[in-house]
Ligand binder design. Structure first.
Ligand code: FRU
Length: 511
C-alpha cells in the first residue's frame, strides 16, 4: 500500500524433522500490530457492518459501512472490495456516499437485476443497492436504491428516493435485506422490535407482506432489532428458511443475535411449534455482529460474513489508521440434531491461505508429552488450528497468543458443563469497558471426541466446535510478541490429533 512501510520479520524455508517445521516469511505493516492477516479490514478509516454481499461474474462483492475520514463511526459511506476466492480482497473506490438531503448510507443489500425489472438499468447485469438513508432533512430512516452498470464500481442514486419511506413513527427502520424470490423481490427489514417483510416487482414500489416478532419470551432480550437476514438452505432436498436478527442493547453494551428455522411461503416467515420462541444463538462470543448472507450463490447454498466487533466497545478498539474487521466467511448448513434443525457454520475458503507445511502435524493419538514438546517448539500469531481431544471431566484445550508474562487466550471444552469456552480474561490489552475480559460459553452436545477448529489472527480468535453448531468469536489485543501455544490439560485428557498451520498474510496489504 502507498505510504506503508513493510517490516520483514523472517524468511526461512520449510524443513521436516520429527515434527515438520515451517517458518514462512511473516510480515506486518509497521505500527499496525493488530492488522489482520487473513480477515478483511479497510485500508484506513472506520468500518462496521458488511453490506451488499453479492456474487456476480466471478466476483464476491463486499461493501461495508465506512467512514473514510476518521476511525470513529459517522459520515456513513459504503466502502467496497472484491474477491475471487473470499480470502484475498482488492480494495475499490467508495461505492455510496451520504446524500445531502436524505442522509447517511446505512446498511443494506445488493442484487443483480437480471431482467431490468426496475426499468432503470441500461443492461441486464445491473447491480442494485437497496439501503437505508438515515438522518437527512427529515431525520428519519427510509429505504433507497442506487444503480450500477459497472459491477458496483460506481452507483447512481435513484431520483425518486426514498422508495420505502419511514411510516412516520418508527425511529429504527433499517437494513433492507433484499433477494429474488420466484418472480418478485422480497425485502426483510429491521423495524424496532420486529422484522417486517415487503415485496416488489420493480425494486421501486414496495408492499408490506407481514411481520415476524415482537418476541414475548422472558429469555429474549428487549433490544432493538438490526440487520435482519432471511435466506433459504437445502436440507435433504427440501427448502428451509432461516431468519436472523442482531440485537442492539440500550444503553450500548454487549450485543447478541438470534435465529429461527422455519418456512417462508412468499408472504410470511413462520416457525414450527418445536422451534424455541426466543430463537437460538448463532455465536456465543462478543464479536460477530450484523452478519448477512450472499446473494447470487447457487440456490440452497449460503455463506455469510459478520463484523468482528461489539457496539459496546467498537469505538474504543485500539487500532489505527483503521478500525474494524470482518469475520472469515462462513458456510452455513442446517442439520437435524433431534431437537429441530440447527444452523452450523464452517470457515469457508480459509484453507487456501495456509502455509503449505504445518507447524505441527500430530495424528494418531500422540502422547501429551509429544504434544507439549511440539507446541513449545513453535509460535505464531496467525494460525489455523485443528484439535481433537478426549476429556472425561474438567476443562481442556489450547491456549493461544501466550507470553511468559502470562498473556493467553484459552479455547476450551468444559466436559462437566458440556460447553465450548473462549477465555479472554488474560488475552492482552484491556479495552476500556467493563466485561471485556470475560469467558464466553456455548453449550455443546455430549461427545467423546471433541473437535475444535481455531482461527487465530492478530486481534481475533474464532472457535468452531460440535461440527459448526457451537461458534465463539472474540476480539483480543495481545502484545505482538505473545505468540506462544500451550496445551490446557484436563485430568485424564488425551489428544487425538493436533494440526497447526500458519496463515499467509493475505489481507494486510503488504505487497
Ligand atoms: C448495525 C447497524 C445497522 C445500521 C448500521 C449503521 O451494526 O447499527 O443497524 O444500519 O449499523 O452504521
Amino acid at each position: 500500500m502507498l505510504g506503508r512501510f513493510v517490516l520483514v520479520l523472517g524468511i526461512v524455508g520449510c524443513s521436516r524433522s520429527s515434527t515438520p517445521v515451517c517458518e514462512p516469511p511473516v510480515t506486518i505493516n509497521e505500527g499496525e500490530d493488530f492488522r489482520p492477516a487473513f480477515h478483511f479490514s479497510p485500508p484506513s478509516g472506520w468500518m462496521n457492518d458488511p453490506n451488499g454481499l453479492v456474487f456476480a461474474d466471478g466476483e464476491y462483492h463486499l461493501f461495508y459501512q465506512h467512514n473514510p475520514d476518521s476511525i470513529q463511526w459517522g459520515n456513513v459511506h459504503w466502502g467496497h472490495a472484491v474477491s475471487a476466492d473470499l480470502l484475498t480482497w482488492q480494495d475499490l473506490p467508495i461505492a455510496l456516499a451520504p446524500n445531502d438531503t436524505l442522509g447517511w448510507a446505512f446498511s443494506g443489500s445488493a442484487v443483480i437485476d437480471a431482467g431490468n425489472t426496475s426499468g432503470q438499468c441500461a443492461g441486464d447485469d445491473c447491480m442494485v443497492a437497496v439501503y437505508t438513508h438515515a438522518g437527512g432533512d427529515d431525520g428519519l430512516q427510509k429505504q433507497s436504491v442506487a444503480f450500477s452498470g459497472d459491477a458496483g464500481r460506481s452507483f447512481a442514486e435513484y431520483a425518486g428516493n426514498p422508495v420505502l419511506p419511514n411510516p412516520g413513527d418508527e425511529p429504527d427502520f433499517r437494513d433492507p435485506r433484499v433477494f429474488r424470490y420466484r418472480d418478485r423481490w422480497i425485502m426483510a427489514l429491521a423495524s424496532g422490535d420486529r422484522a417486517e417483510l415487503f415485496s416488489s416487482e420493480d425494486l421501486l414500489n414496495w408492499t408490506e407482506l407481514s411481520e415476524f416478532g415482537p418476541i414475548s419470551d422472558a429469555s429474549f432480550p428487549p433490544w432493538t432489532w438490526e440487520v435482519v437476514d432471511l435466506f433459504a438452505l437445502q436440507v435433504d432436498g427440501e427448502e428451509r428458511w432461516v431468519l436472523k436478527t442482531d440485537l442492539l442493547s440500550r444503553p450500548l453494551g454487549p450485543t447478541t443475535g438470534r435465529y429461527w428455522v422455519g418456512n417462508f411461503d412468499g408472504t410470511r416467515f413462520t416457525i414450527p411449534d418445536t422451534e424455541p420462541p426466543a430463537g437460538r444463538v448463532f455465536d456465543g462470543g462478543a464479536d460477530f455482529y450484523a452478519a448477512i448472507s450472499y446473494n447470487g450463490l447457487p440456490a440452497g447454498e449460503q455463506i455469510w460474513i459478520g463484523w468482528q466487533a461489539s457496539w459496546g466497545y467498537a469505538l474504543s478498539i485500539p487500532t489505527e489508521p483503521w478500525r474494524g474487521s470482518m469475520s472469515v466467511p462462513r458456510l452455513l448448513r442446517l442439520v437435524d440434531d433431534g431437537e429441530g434443525l440447527v444452523l452450523t457454520q464452517t470457515p469457508y475458503g480459509v484453507e487456501a491461505g495456509r502455509e503449505e507445511c504445518p507447524l505441527v502435524d500430530l495424528s494418531s493419538e500422540p502422547t501429551l508429552a509429544r504434544v507439549r514438546e511440539a507446541l513449545a517448539a513453535v509460535s505464531g500469531d496467525v494460525l489455523d488450528i485443528e484439535l481433537g481431544i478426549r476429556i472425561p471431566s474438567g476443562q481442556g484445550g489450547l491456549a493461544v497468543r501466550t507470553s511468559e508474562e502470562g498473556e493467553r487466550t484459552e479455547v476450551l471444552y468444559d466436559a462437566d458443563a458440556r460447553e465450548l469456552q473462549v477465555d479472554r480474561r488474560s488475552s492482552g490489552e484491556p479495552i476500556d469497558i467493563e466485561g471485556f475480559h470475560t469467558v464466553h460459553r456455548l453449550p455443546m452436545r455430549p461427545q467423546d471426541l471433541v473437535e475444535i477448529r481455531i482461527l487465530v489472527d492478530r486481534a481475533s480468535v474464532e472457535a468452531f466446535a460440535d461440527d459448526g453448531r457451537a461458534v465463539i468469536s472474540d476480539l483480543i489485543f495481545p502484545a505482538p510478541s505473545s505468540q506462544g501455544l500451550a496445551l490446557v490439560e484436563a485430568p485424564s485428557m488425551s489428544v487425538a490429533y493436533l494440526r497447526v498451520y500458519r496463515m499467509r498474510d493475505v489481507a494486510s496489504r503488504v505487497p
